[in-house]
Design a protein around this ligand. Structure first.
Ligand SMILES: Cc1ncc(COP(=O)(O)O)c(C=O)c1O
Length: 434
């Protein structure tokens, strides 16, 4: 195992990592997975409490997803999607359109490529409809939409963004409806609506130069699971329609059941102009993202002039293996009635976490669907790394964001496994040096 850790340090540049820190805290070597468990070469088991960066839905090495990919491997592994098509990409596009009420799925690979696609498509739509000056973007304070240059421009997390500021285009951030920021006595809903007023004030002046407002519906994940009231989405939908600005729902993290409905926008009964999907779309198996939009947007690109079309591409767009994994995921949602089952699971797991919620170090315990989070009141610098290490010793793979600890387990996690997770988190919180 030491040999693998030495080799990874020598050969791999790990993501979102100051590599020197791996000297003191080497990455966890994983040899295989089984349901919600990650298993090391030494056979030690770790509960994957954060679904491997929020991508895994139905456990590692899921037999049904494995079978779909294996079957597809015997047919065609990949064919370029410009000038060719195939059954898995067509069926996936049809089924996503039916679920979401938007269509013409355009595929990318990772989440950030979906953000790029939605931003470019929005600005290009306005250009194609004679309003080329509408190319500005608005996003939420503390929002996260990925880290390629365009996506980072609408992201608002200084640690990831500041260094690259000279490379980025100017965008505008409006106040976040994060319920923790409500005034004493103010409800989450009232606060959310107050934040929407700030968006309206901006749109009233700048709509003519604005293409789109991009938002993470209900949960701002990467900033530390900031949750907010769905009234915000309802209101900003109205505002975007009134001021003729696109609403882009970045459901990359929250889509596919994470917030308790298949898509988070459903809780506000709204339809965005664009939806960005990735992460759970393949159950955490293969890199795939998709952007779906309205018929109106699609029609504005349709015509005789080549340059009017959306001339964007990625080599692996619509990869058949990834599409088959995604179709297997949709089958599991349907056959196992996952959304209804998760409703029960979510209530049960929240009960299991009650002792944790009442712990004297815990503040702002919050929960929506299959996401639970809390802030640790007296977290000293380095808390996240110490908690991570302490949890590993308890057989749990979890990575706090700053002083926020969160759990986003695969949907196949049992009540007993959740109890184990709650106990492990309590043990970590009770350690004076964590
Ligand atoms: C809301 C949101 N958008 C976009 C992204 C970027 O996705 P990726 O890391 O696959 O590029 C993430 C990743 O965490 C995300 O949470």
């Amino acid at each position: 195992m030491d040999d693998l850790l030495n080799r990874t340090r020598a050969a791999v540049w790990h993501p979102c990592t100051q590599m020197k820190q791996l000297e003191a805290a080497p990455p966890l070597a994983i040899a295989r997975g089984e349901g919600p468990w990650l298993i090391g070469p030494d056979g030690r088991r770790y509960l994957d409490a954060i679904s491997s960066w929020w991508v895994n839905l139905f456990g590692h090495c899921n037999p049904r997803i494995n079978a779909a990919i294996t079957d597809q491997l015997g047919k065609i592994e990949h064919v370029m999607l410009a000038g060719a098509t195939h059954e898995p990409v067509v069926e996936l596009s049809e089924r996503l359109a039916q679920l979401i009420g938007l269509g013409h799925a355009f595929y990318g690979s990772d989440g950030a490529s979906a953000t790029e696609i939605a931003l470019k498509m929005s600005a290009h739509f306005w250009r194609n409809t004679g309003q080329a000056e509408k190319h500005g973007f608005i996003s939420l304070k503390n929002g996260y939409h990925g880290e390629t240059v365009g996506a980072l421009s609408v992201t608002d997390i200084p640690l990831f963004k500041s260094t690259y500021a000279p490379l980025l285009r100017h965008t505008v951030q409006v106040p976040t409806p994060d319920a923790r920021l409500a005034e004493p006595g103010e409800t989450a809903e009232a606060y959310a609506l107050r934040c929407a007023e700030a968006l309206e004030a901006h749109l009233a002046v700048h709509a003519a130069e604005t293409a789109a407002f991009i938002v993470e519906p209900l949960v701002q994940g990467a900033t530390g699971m900031a949750m907010y009231h769905p009234a915000y989405l309802k209101r900003v939908r109205e505002l975007c329609t009134r001021y003729q600005v696109h609403l882009i729902a970045d459901e990359i993290a929250v889509g596919f059941g994470r917030t308790g409905t298949m898509f988070a926008c459903e809780q506000a009964a709204i339809r965005p102009d664009f939806i960005c999907l990735s992460k759970g779309i393949t159950g955490g198996y293969l890199a795939l993202s998709a952007v779906l939009t309205t018929d109106e947007v699609y029609a504005a690109f349709y015509g005789d002039a080549t340059a009017r079309g959306f001339l964007h591409s990625h080599s692996y767009t619509g990869n058949p293996l990834a599409c088959r994994a995604a179709l297997a995921v949709l089958d599991i949602f349907e056959h196992d009635n996952v959304i209804a089952a998760n409703r029960v699971r979510s209530i049960e797991f929240t009960h299991i976490l009650a002792e944790l919620a009442a712990h004297h170090r815990v503040r702002h315990f919050r929960h929506v669907g299959m996401v639970w989070a809390f802030d640790v009141a007296d977290a000293a610098p380095g808390f996240s790394a110490r908690f991570h290490q302490a949890a590993l010793a308890q057989g749990v793979f979890i990575r706090p964001i700053g002083n926020t600890v969160y759990a986003m387990p695969p949907y196949v996690t049992s009540a007993e496994e959740m109890r184990g997770l709650a106990d492990a988190m309590l043990i970590c919180l009770d350690q004076p040096d964590v």
